[in-house]
Design a protein. Structure first.
Lengths: 155, 662
């Protein structure tokens, strides 16, 4: 009889200890039914690094047309086709100054570039406005490169 | 000997545990907090909450969005009230959202939230809210947290019992707390019993969310208070509490509190659908507004509709029944199984719990206790599962944890009481500070509650926060209900009156949240898709400026040729396509508000210049390091002036002809 009551006392005490001693915040993280980090993966950000871009000649006229349309809608507010700086640098000779892979990453993966690439960081220091992510796909960015090559006089 | 050792050990362990758990004991009634409460509500910087808590703002006409368990408020969604902060109700695109049969109504009183459901569970598509004053229901799209549709409810006087929802979002309902005369309306107020009716609207919800008044039920003149749909076995039924079955039209406080029992109305809406198909509905001429926001044109349109279909219970037997419920029932809540309906008589000393099985049997056996205006009254004892005895004072609302427990709020005795649905025994009670109205458990009104927390939405705050003069913050309180005993974890202040709320796991909403509007898909009639399309058109005295905004300039930012007497419409397209880069727009002397423009969106601010001069305009939403430079001018000339309409930015800005001559 005594033994039973003792065990109950012990058990009860353990229960109190458990209910008071747990760490709510940690427990909650474990229980959270989905990975919170996924919220930050926006489908609009095409943020995977582009490693290689193949250029061909003669220039692809279809891509140039697409690229011009994108330029008019999403780029022309800040970039002139001459060498003059507006908000960002003018595009004249950009394909001679930069590798195509640099240009495309600057368009589609700008957060990574501003974090890692010293040349991109230099541009931010000059312009003081972050190059915006204008929600372009890799294919659209490639069309812009073609449009830039045309602008730089390539055939 | 063994016993002694055991005893010694027990004493040691109990003592040491006793010391370490000192902090668990409540210190006094005011704090009533256990030692680990802080860690249970602490969401570290950069971490996110587990639940969205969508809270109505009561008399502010808005909804606000909080995280649970932190209680952090991170969004206000304007619904029935204008919101100068983002231009809702001020921009030309959103003004039609607040149109009604009375014209533009800039305010309302938003009491209840219903989140859309599929198979009785939250699905994260929409939130619905009711307008209590000028009867309406709004639908908020949970992808962008915006009010996308509002429907007005004719034949209604005060849409309180709304927008409760069926388990597959077939309908949201709307019933009136003010019966009103319908048809011949210029009648003496004292002719209430003869001329006043209480209409209940069943508003159907389409696949894309579109709301339509499917039918109205013409009910006797009483005050409908709250409602819940049946679920599971009781799917196809809807339950409405009502008071003022005395049919008083003055001093209701006394005159509507005479009877020992009022009613809960049970509606067989599947039956109503059958009658509708059989053509039992009568078309009735009326007027009500239906307002819809189009995400492609970024513009709302308002249409006045002129007909509703009315079902009269006199033509439709076996469709509606009254159940007696003690003393002015308020809450009327169905448990997760759909078997039990909990009535909460505001002035009653018991909580009656009705059984759906017994209701069906009583209907089949015709166990009636007379009728009210021709509608059969089911016998109280025949439909009663049982009563919770002496639960507290002033029961209002009940929600459920999915483990067989019910949680009822008590306004007068200021507490939440937990009780067992099967045995009707009270299990626990905790005080609230002060006078709780609604309470909410994540998923509480659904078939699958998430339990874990209950939030009390209090009516009185008094001394809980630093005082701010006579008008104090409103507040809510979070309790842990994961154990046997409820534990107060947190007080948090709220925007407006936190009337009711629902909470939903973040996983059902966050992954679908819209980040931008694609500019390619923008079909606004005055969109400028790129600076090359920025332009100004004059149509008589109306001047339409299609302007672009991008970090950090407007195009055009210099405008000349505006004249006194003109109405200027700034249609501003935000060319950004990145998350969290809105631009704002304001112009000196505008007699309305600013507007915020989300990436890829076009919004319009109307401005009527009132004096000759050069008027500044600027971006209001801090957008970049050069945000302060995002500004421009509009030149206003006298009426009849011959200053030409010119515009531009940078080297395209209008030049002074006098300078170019030199």
């Amino acid at each position: 009889m005594k033994k039973t009551s003792l065990i109950i006392t012990l058990f009860g005490a353990m229960l109190i200890w458990i209910s008071c001693g747990n760490n709510g915040a940690k427990e909650r993280e474990k229980e959270a039914p989905f990975e919170l980090a996924k919220v930050d993966q926006q489908p609009e950000v095409h943020g995977t690094e582009i490693k290689e871009v193949k250029l061909t000649n003669p220039l692809d006229q279809a891509m140039i047309t697409v690229g011009k349309g994108i330029y008019d809608m999403k780029c022309g507010a800040c970039h002139k086709l001459t060498g003059d700086k507006l908000v960002g640098p003018g595009w004249k000779d950009v394909t001679k100054r930069r590798q195509p892979v640099w240009i495309m990453n600057m368009i589609t993966n700008v957060d990574m570039m501003l974090e890692k690439d010293p040349e991109a960081q230099k541009m931010l220091e000059q312009c003081l406005v972050r190059m915006p992510n204008q929600n372009l796909t890799e294919k659209e960015a490639r069309s812009l490169v073609e449009f830039m090559r045309k602008n730089d006089g390539e055939k | 000997m063994k016993n002694q050792i055991l005893k010694f050990l027990a004493v040691c362990i109990t003592l040491s545990i006793g010391i370490s758990t000192q902090s668990c004991k409540p210190k006094d009634a005011g704090s009533a907090i256990t030692g680990d409460a802080a860690s249970k509500v602490y969401v570290a910087p950069g971490k996110k909450d587990e639940f969205y808590n969508i809270v109505s703002g009561g008399f502010n006409g808005q909804m606000s969005v909080y995280g649970l368990p932190s209680g952090r408020c991170f969004r206000i969604i304007p619904v029935f009230s204008v919101f100068p902060e983002n231009g809702y109700g001020y921009s030309e695109e959103t003004k039609p959202m607040l149109n009604t049969s009375h014209g533009f109504v800039p305010w309302d009183d938003l009491h209840h939230i219903s989140l859309s459901q599929t198979n009785g569970e939250h699905d994260g598509r929409w939130a619905f809210g009711n307008a209590n004053n000028t009867p309406r229901i709004a639908r908020i799209d949970m992808k962008n947290f915006r009010t996308t549709e509002i429907i007005e409810l004719p034949n209604s006087g005060g849409n309180h019992s709304s927008p409760f929802i069926t388990e597959n979002t077939e309908y949201v309902v709307a019933s009136t707390r003010f019966s009103v005369p319908v048809g011949e309306t210029d009648v003496p107020i004292s002719s209430f019993k003869k001329n006043f009716k209480g209409y209940i609207s069943f508003v159907s919800v389409g696949k894309e969310g579109q709301m339509d008044i499917a039918f109205q039920l013409k009910m006797p003149g009483v005050s409908f208070d709250l409602a819940r749909a049946g679920k599971g076995k009781s799917h196809g039924w809807f339950f409405f509490s009502c008071y003022n079955t005395e049919q008083a039209n003055t001093l209701l406080e006394v005159n509507a509190s005479q009877k020992d029992k009022d009613f809960i109305l049970a509606v067989n809406w599947k039956k109503a659908e059958e009658y509708l198909k059989q053509g039992k509905g009568k078309k009735m001429k009326t007027r009500y507004a239906h307002n819809l926001y189009d995400e492609k044109t970024h513009t709302a349109t308002s249409t006045i509709r002129e007909e509703v279909t009315v079902l009269d219970p006199k033509d439709c037997p076996d469709m509606v029944y009254f159940m007696p419920c003690p003393k002015s029932p308020h809450g009327c809540d169905t448990d997760p199984t759909g078997e039990f309906i909990v009535g909460s008589g505001k002035l009653a000393a018991v909580i009656p719990v009705f059984s759906f099985t017994k209701i069906q049997k009583a209907i089949a056996d015709k166990v009636f206790d007379g009728d009210f205006d021709g509608i059969p009254i089911l016998k109280y004892d025949a439909v009663l599962h049982g009563e919770v005895q002496k639960p507290g004072l002033g029961p209002l609302h009940t929600e459920f944890d999915g483990k067989g427990n019910a949680y009822t709020s008590f306004f007068v005795s200021s507490e939440i009481v937990k009780w067992d649905i099967a045995t009707l025994k009270v299990l626990d009670r905790v005080p609230t500070y002060y006078s709780v109205g609604h309470l909410s458990i994540p998923g509480g009104p659904t078939a699958k509650p998430h339990g874990k927390y209950v939030v009390a939405y209090n009516k009185i705050t008094k001394d809980r926060y630093l005082p701010t003069g006579p008008e104090l913050t409103q507040s809510a309180q979070l309790y842990d209900i994961s154990g046997d005993k409820m534990k107060l974890l947190l007080d948090f202040p709220t925007i407006g009156e936190p009337h009711y709320a629902e909470s939903i796991p973040a996983s059902l909403i966050a992954p679908n949240s819209v980040k931008i509007y694609k500019i390619e898909e923008n079909q606004h009639p005055y969109v400028a898709k790129g600076e090359g399309q920025a332009k100004i058109e004059r149509k008589g005295n109306q001047v339409h400026v299609s302007m672009t905004a991008i970090r950090s300039h407007f195009t055009p930012d210099n405008i000349e040729g505006i004249k006194l007497g003109d109405e200027v419409y700034f249609h501003i397209t935000n060319l950004e396509q990145d998350w969290d880069v809105p631009h704002g727009f304001a112009i000196r002397g505008a007699a309305n508000a600013e507007i915020l423009i989300m990436p890829g969106e076009t919004q319009t601010l109307k401005w009527i210049p009132d004096a000759v001069g050069v008027v500044p305009m600027y971006c209001t939403d801090f957008c970049s390091a050069l945000h302060q430079e995002m500004q421009g001018y509009v030149r206003v000339s006298p009426a009849g002036s011959n200053v030409a309409l010119k515009w531009g930015t940078g080297d395209k800005a209008p030049k002074d002809p006098a300078l170019s001559v030199k």
